[in-house]
Design a protein around this ligand. Structure first.
Ligand code: BGC
Length: 870
């Protein structure tokens, strides 16, 4: 049952690939079959791919990796680069091993909110909730707690965090896995998560690079090539790449490429993206993997900079065919792929393994992502598989339920609270409506990968979901507190409900989305059918409650923006809480807020529009079942609030908005110039030296099948039948622009993330926040940068670049929040110079501090002074 949907999806994928009488390899022919990308969107060749190991922070790890890789046979090297095949081990992906050096098969497992498809794990709040906390420490703490759990289960490589999609399309299926529709918020969320995860020794994977802003048509198949996300250079740098750059700066060990093409070249073999931007300009030192089944070619992808194929399968999954494995061995022996490239691929994989200490006491996988039985098939995808103990049910939860509750609570965003209806009194009479207050009657984990919307919505669906170890529903939690609550866990408003004049109706509603391999209620990942509306006629339920009761609280669990115009202004709808996607502690976190044990302190990580038509047309879902979709990001930098401001459209609620039970005053804004700016950053240092190896083609015997080897059918091996017969064969058709001559160092590079001078603190801004209300609470200060208005670069008026959250302030208490603004924060991407430029060397810059992008309290002008603006 566990993976049925995935297997069905795979089989249908397979069916589409073998629909003609001839089974065609899914490779080069297919890639020729691309549509023309519009002019101005180009992905020029970038060769050779830069080697890893030249950054000082990675020196020691690379030295260790070099010592080991120098002694590896060709088979061992190939093993580490290639997955062993779908369902060929306990994890969602695993590489082969190099046991002589203590390197086991590396286990890769989803996902961004916790361990997928296992037991005794924590189902943390999703990324979108974490973004809504605007709390850097909680972002880190969640990363660390997840890292502990992944390590405890023996996972080497955590497949998270997700920062692509960024949330360009409000209906896109997987926005909720990330932290919100703003690059800086995504960047901080990702960097803190990565630092937390990697502090436990687990390698984090930032994904999906880049432009996977819609689920439908994301994957190339035999009838249709994946869409091409056509992104101009400036937009790429200032929006979509921004969080990836911060992830690299945070030292992330792995990057997963997207399924889609970028500017007409498949992400998993896009040399400009992988080699030019990620490895050269951003100085990425770890390894680059495909998304699952996004591997499209053998030599070409390796030349373009790909380091790991996941899950290893080639054109036809579950047949043992692969573009790498034995094929990679051949390509080395016949001289088409330079050994230098393979050596770099392996070194990039082994270096993070050493850097994060996985050579010392790192557990082997003790779970199976495919069954919950103790015993089972060791290779569930094999024709004949040995059996053994596959699940040891290791409890890795520790006390993480506490953190899960805190994050869920801190994310809850109060949008409306007329007459201070909230918090509720403990003895008030409550009438609770909506299936979203209850549980899934079939069981909390009954739908594979959460591919249904029943009961309280704790997360979206797909590979980014996790099993709930338990679920506290809102119904359970309200029952624990209130003796006077009546529950109507149905989405139809009941006929005979009594409404006393002081009764409070609490209506639970939701909006779901997920990953494309599952369709839920007509939504293939994206909210294609549901649009931005509440699911299950939630609007009607709220209206019915508002007709009958004069005090209505609406609680929304949602993956992203919804439209709420039908009911938001109804006089009896007094309070609205966005509880986002809270995970296992859904109920306790919402009652913590409803009954006033804590003041709400979450803020919206996206804009809520009045109508879907308020967004630019270019961010609508594209539906085109034939030919390659050209998804051109023609709105450029103007997504989410950046668009609303430019188009002068007042949204229903601004990005960053969120009320509290108390009130805050922002006073005493102050600014310091720390590092005077020049227009362009100081020149970078040249790259250091990367490890090198002898480049002689190894003897074929290194990849001959070992004697008496017990082959598992369909398992992907590096071995070949008669490798000694393979001789160097000139004439490989290298791609246009291919060269082995290293490119000059890109001027925007220089260290992990880019030129280190980009992170020089240029200014600090501080503000005093005082609790002026009657309850304790936490405030968030958001800092928006306004570039000089006369700048020649059309730029969104305001862009979030920093934020800080106070501790819990008692009434009357104050705290001074200090925010650092880096050179990069005030720069635009100069597409001609290929560098970051601070227009006017920072002259005329303004820094706005507020509680949302629509509620600015103070402004500081660079070189001048600050003043209150509210
Ligand atoms: C998803 C990835 C995920 C992978 C492995 C893919 O379909 O896009 O995010 O990590 O599967 O499950």
């Amino acid at each position: 049952m566990f993976f049925t949907i995935r297997v069905i999806a795979l089989l249908s994928l397979l069916a589409t690939r073998v629909s003609t009488s001839v089974v065609e390899p899914f490779g080069v022919e297919h890639l020729e079959n691309r549509a023309d990308v519009p002019d101005n969107f180009r992905s020029p060749p970038y060769y050779p791919t830069p080697k890893g190991g030249w950054v000082p922070a990675w020196e020691e790890a690379y030295a260790k990796a070099h010592a080991v890789v120098s002694k590896m046979t060709l088979a061992e090297k190939v093993n580490l680069t290639t997955g062993t095949g779908f369902l060929m081990g306990p994890c969602v992906g695993q590489t082969g091993s190099a046991p002589r050096f203590g390197i086991p098969r590396l286990c890769l497992q989803d996902g961004p909110l916790g361990l997928r498809n296992t037991d005794h794990n924590t189902a943390f709040p999703a990324g979108i909730s974490v973004g809504a906390t605007f709390d850097k420490k909680l972002m880190y703490d969640r990363g660390r707690a997840m890292g502990e759990e992944f390590r405890g289960k023996g996972v080497n490589i955590h497949l998270g965090p997700s920062v692509g999609p960024l949330g360009r399309k409000p209906r896109a299926g997987r926005n909720w896995e990330g932290f919100g529709s703003d690059p800086s918020l995504q960047a901080v969320g990702a960097a803190e998560t990565i630092k937390g995860v990697q502090s436990t020794g687990v390698i984090a994977t930032v994904k999906h690079l880049v432009g996977n802003e819609q689920e439908m048509y994301r994957m190339t198949n035999v009838v249709q090539r994946a869409y091409s996300a056509n992104i101009d250079d400036r937009t790429l740098h200032e929006l979509y790449l921004w969080p990836f750059a911060e992830a690299v700066k945070a030292g992330v060990g792995a990057v997963m490429m997207a399924y889609n093409d970028v500017n007409g070249s498949a992400s998993s073999q896009n040399s400009k993206l992988i080699s030019g931007i990620l490895k050269d300009e951003l100085g990425f030192q770890g390894f680059v993997m495909t998304d699952w089944y996004a591997h499209l070619s053998g030599v070409a992808s390796a030349l373009a900079g790909l380091d790991m194929s996941m899950p290893g399968d080639g054109s036809i999954p579950l047949t043992g065919s692969t573009y790498w494995g034995g094929e990679l061995s051949s390509s080395i022996l016949n001289g088409s792929l330079p050994l230098e490239r393979l050596n770099d691929m392996v070194t990039r994989i082994v270096a993070p393994w050493f850097k994060f200490g996985q050579d010392k006491d790192f557990p082997l996988p003790n779970f199976s992502a495919y069954t919950q039985n103790a015993e089972g098939l060791l290779y569930p995808g094999a024709l004949f598989s040995p059996r053994g103990i596959v699940n040891r049910f290791v409890n890795v939860q520790g006390d993480h339920h506490k953190l899960a509750r805190v994050i869920a609570r801190e994310s809850i965003t109060l949008l409306k609270n007329d007459d201070d209806l909230l918090p509720l009194g403990r003895n008030w009479t409550l009438k609770v409506f909506g299936t979203d207050a209850g549980t899934n009657p079939k069981g909390i984990n009954s739908c594979t990968d959460k591919g249904c919307n029943k009961g309280v919505l704790t997360m979206g669906w797909g590979s980014g979901s996790a099993n709930l170890p338990y679920l506290v529903t809102p119904e359970d939690a309200i029952r624990n507190i209130s003796k006077n609550a009546e529950f109507h866990i149905t989405d139809r408003f009941p006929r005979n409900v009594e409404a006393g004049p002081d009764d409070v109706a609490i209506v639970f509603v939701n909006a779901d989305s997920g990953e494309n391999y599952i369709s839920v209620e007509g939504n293939p990942g994206d909210r294609t059918k549901a649009e931005l509306k509440l699911w299950h006629d939630g609007d009607e339920l709220i209206e019915a409650a508002a007709n009958k009761f004069s005090n209505v609280v609406v609680v929304v669990h949602t993956v992203g923006p919804i439209t709420m115009e039908r009911w938001i202004n109804l006089p009896s709808v007094k309070s609205v809480l966005f509880a986002h996607l809270p995970g296992q502690e859904a109920g306790n976190s919402v009652t913590d807020i409803l009954f006033g044990d804590f003041s709400p302190c979450g803020h919206l990580p996206y804009t809520i529009p009045k109508a879907e038509s308020d967004y630019p047309d270019s961010v609508s879902l594209i539906n085109q079942p034939f030919g390659q979709i050209q998804d051109t990001f023609s709105e450029g930098l103007f997504v989410d609030y950046r668009h609303f401001q430019k188009a002068n459209i007042t949204p229903r609620y601004h990005f960053g908005y969120g009320l509290s039970y108390t009130t805050f005053n922002f006073t005493e804004p102050a600014m310091n110039t720390v590092t005077p700016l020049s227009e362009y950053p100081p020149t970078r240092k040249p790259k250091g030296k990367a490890p090198s190896y002898p480049n002689d083609i190894p003897p074929g015997s290194e990849v001959a099948w070992p004697k008496n080897f017990n082959r598992i059918w369909r398992y992907i091996y590096p071995y070949l039948d008669d490798p000694s017969a393979i001789k160097p064969k000139p004439g490989y058709p290298y791609p246009d622009g291919y060269s082995t001559e290293p490119k000059p160092d890109p001027r925007a590079g220089g260290a992990e993330g880019g030129n280190p001078a980009l992170w020089d603190v240029a200014f600090t801004v501080s503000i005093k926040v005082t609790n002026t209300g009657k309850k304790a609470g936490r405030a968030v200060a958001q800092l928006y940068v306004e570039l000089p208005t006369d700048s020649a670069y059309p730029t969104p008026k305001l862009q979030l670049r920093q934020f800080e959250k106070t501790a819990t302030l008692e009434p009357g208490q104050s705290e001074v929040l200090k925010m650092e603004i880096t050179r990069k924060d005030v720069s635009i991407w100069d597409t001609v110079k290929q560098d970051w430029k601070a227009p006017g060397a920072g002259k005329g810059l303004k820094f706005w501090v507020g509680e949302s992008v629509g509620d600015l309290k103070a402004v500081c002008e660079a070189g001048e002074s600050c003043k209150l603006s509210g």
